[in-house]
Design a protein around this ligand. Structure first.
Ligand code: ZN
Length: 313
């Protein structure tokens, strides 16, 4: 991503005075820093990450940055941030990115590679080795309606077409950051989310791991957008029932489903708290609940991690 003068100005205009850069608790800890040359440093929120979690990466420079790009998980990692000195303490120019570790990424060591340039024309480059650890996910046996475990050919074709469409949406990386503050939980009140990553056995057949966080809640409970973004899907799908998908930009999508009712439509610009629909029990469920999913550049990660990693500084 380039952030030359013109781009910077547009970015500032777009987000106005309410820009909230996020910092991370552990980024002040230089123990996880890599030298990228010419006074530039890469900091990671942690040197390792479990399957299904997020890392925050930060590039800090004593001189203005011109462009920074990253490569992780065989994908380009978009950076955001304004390089404005006053935004950060200790007079640094900084830009940040989120790295997602898919819940099925094989444990092992992987490289995160950074390349870029300072406004003075000097190059920067470095890499960090990130160790992916095995996540600790429980296995559970569930009984659901037969049609969701042994769909007929027509149902199977429908589900496959929907999966393909979702993949195509997740593959699109909106180049602008659409969110502008901390992410919130999608339900108001004391609802507790769980089940992320669970390995599931459905009616005796091993199923795919559970890619979201489940919040059991009464039918009709309003479901809110976690942050600013654009609704890119709002319809009934075979497995997830009534579903809403929000694009937050930079390859970040939140997914909400099993609604009894959808209150959003494709193209809606939402803010944190906008009601997207109501909790229900549509699709493959055992009872009314909200299923909340998160994809970050195609990595399926625990949505609750967004609240942990992206904190307002
Ligand atoms: Zn679920």
């Amino acid at each position: 991503m380039k952030f030359g003068e013109g781009r910077l100005r547009r970015l500032s205009l777009a987000v106005g005075a309410t820009v909230v850069l996020v910092g991370a608790f552990s980024l002040a800890d230089a123990a996880h820093a890599e030298d990228c040359g010419n006074g530039v440093e890469l900091r990671l929120s942690a040197p390792e990450a479990a399957q299904g979690t997020l890392l925050l990466a930060q590039i800090r420079s004593s001189k203005p940055l011109s462009e920074v790009s990253g490569r992780w998980n065989e994908r380009d990692v978009p950076f955001w941030g304004e390089s404005e000195k006053e935004r950060f303490p200790s007079n640094v120019y900084a830009t940040q990115a989120l790295l997602g570790v898919d819940l099925e990424k094989a444990p092992g060591k992987y490289e995160f590679t950074i390349a870029g340039q300072l406004q003075s024309g000097e190059r920067l480059g470095c890499q960090a080795t990130i160790e992916v650890k095995e996540g600790h996910f429980a296995t559970e046996n569930l009984t659901v309606k037969k049609q969701f475990v042994e769909p007929n050919p027509e149902q199977e074709a429908r589900a496959a077409a929907e999966t393909k469409r979702l993949r195509e949406i997740y593959d699109r990386v909106t180049p602008e950051r659409l969110w502008d503050g901390p992410f919130r939980l999608p339900l108001d009140g004391e609802f507790k989310g769980s089940n992320f990553g669970k390995r599931r056995v459905l009616n005796g057949h091993p199923g795919s791991p559970h890619g979201g966080v489940d919040f059991p809640a009464p039918t009709g409970t309003p479901v809110h957008a976690a942050q600013k973004g654009r609704v890119v899907l709002a319809e009934e799908l075979y497995f997830s029932g009534n579903t809403v998908l929000v694009d937050h930009g930079l390859g970040i999508y939140t997914f909400y489903c099993h609604f009894s009712e959808i209150d959003a439509k494709v193209g809606d610009e939402v803010v944190a708290g906008t009601v997207l629909g109501k909790v229900g029990a549509t699709g493959r469920v055992t009872g009314p609940h909200l299923h909340w999913g998160l994809e970050v550049q195609r990595a399926r990660v625990n949505a609750l991690d967004l609240l942990r990693v992206l904190r307002v500084r």
